[in-house]
Design a protein. Sequence first.
Length: 601
Amino acid sequence: MSAHAKKRKVDAECRVFNKNWTAKYLFTEVRGKAVCLVCGEQIAVFKDYNLSRHYETKHGEKYKNVTDAERARTSEALLAKLQKQQGFFTKLHTSRDAATKTSFVIAHKIAKTGKPFSEGEFIKECLVDSAALICPEKKEEFEKVPLSRRTVTRRVEDISCNLELQLQREVANFDFFSLALDESCDVRDTAQLLVFVRGITPDFKITEELAAMRSMKGTTTGSDLFMEVNACMDTLGLKWDRLAGVTTDGCPNFTGKNVGLLKRMQDKVAEIDADQELIFLHCIIHQHVLCKSVLKMNHVINVVSNIVNFIRARALNHRQFVALLEDHASEHSDISYHTPVRWLSLGKVLKRVWDLKTEIREFCEMKGKDIPELSDEDWMADFAFAVDVTALMNDLNTKLQGRGLFVHEMHTLVKAFMKKMLFLSSQLENNNLTHMQTLKEVTPSADHLRRYSSMLGALHCEFSRRFEDLRTIEDEMHMISSPFTCSVDNAPSDVQLELIDLQSDAVLAELFKSGSLLDFYSSLKEENFPNMKRHAQKMLVLFGSTYICEQTFSMMKFMKSCYRSSLTDDHLSAVLRISTSDIQPDFDALVKAQQRLDFSH
């Protein structure tokens, strides 16, 4: 052994603190250093010689006549005193950390619910007053919790950074990911681009989070949007070669075939891998809403809107109509406006006006308002048909909403609706109104039924036309959602042999029936079904709609309203990240980081 190695070995041995030194030299170990129990001086190296020299030089005269037993008792007393002092400071440190963590937790809840940052001061007042009544001895602890507006603002910023850091760690494990993109203006007319990411890991764990909110002060062309999306992907560490698909609401700056965002994204992917194919989807919910235009029900909608406006636009009319409903003990207490931007609004307003048609007719006669359509049998038949059809479309719309839906699940709902339209069309041809309860109330003529039947057929054709993008991946979706019943001939060539092996395995068939899709594909052995698992990852990671973007824009309108229009873009982004995230902040790490900053509150 070399001299240098021997020295390192000796030094390592010297670092081990001998417990006998406490009784012999009145020393103890504190944070890796020997500390004298008498004077508090530190000795860097744990060597018998160093400790004995300090003891003999500074304390030997005082303790030279003390027996070993008395020295041991003295050392125990001094050690107990030191530990008591340490415990006092530890208690203060723990109390301070608890107050800091409490402020982080409350700030997280304030941001999660979209409340103003100044709400922290009000919450602190409530906490202190409650503590004074319930546990007066703890009142001081609650008073130490920092919840000023500036503090809550900093806490929200720190929490947002912590969530983004955790998302970056998740992104590193993604095999594939897809994006949902949408753009809208806030109350200050700033264009806000939302980028949501859904990624899937090798063990089929899916993460769906807000990747970024990018504020755009100038133009929002395809080039501008591409720059923002590219910057977002670079920040998170998302790789272009792992991008499986992109879902948008179909706006021209997104879908333009020459200079749109999707064209630029396709070109970017082609530069990296010419064989990589991106799946571009138009939001299923948005397309579903657009399909209703083929019904051509404006002559019904306009009259209903005029009726509602006559009642609601004048305060006196509104009060009198509500009083009329109370006198009649009506099931409904009021009537609501139709808002075109709210997808479910039309069907609900039509249904409400239909249910209150008797009261509306009476009220209009009382006010001298002539609405001839309410007495027109042809118009009332069209009205009843519109109520039934919009109710069916609203039912589909509601099923398509929600986070975490797979694209094959949404496509199944759309196909079922299209079959219903054909089925109802044939029933109307045969004068069967079993599933059209509102239309049954007006006993329409045969001509009406034939017209309504053709309208349902036109609605079916419009659905078929608008959902062509889904039809291109229909076979692959069916293969992933029903691998044991799909046709091997229709499957991609690279998975056909694996699919035969899969369909021939009875154990896997039972496993498929008993668990979820994610659990099933996660259980498949990589060496036996590599291509099958890769195709499953690509299909399961796709966004079927931009519902999550629309939901976040609703939050944005609430958070950055005319009463909070000065909210900065950075703070708006932080609040939206917190309010939409399923990731739990690491409060302990945030508290440790805060200890180093030592902010004054």
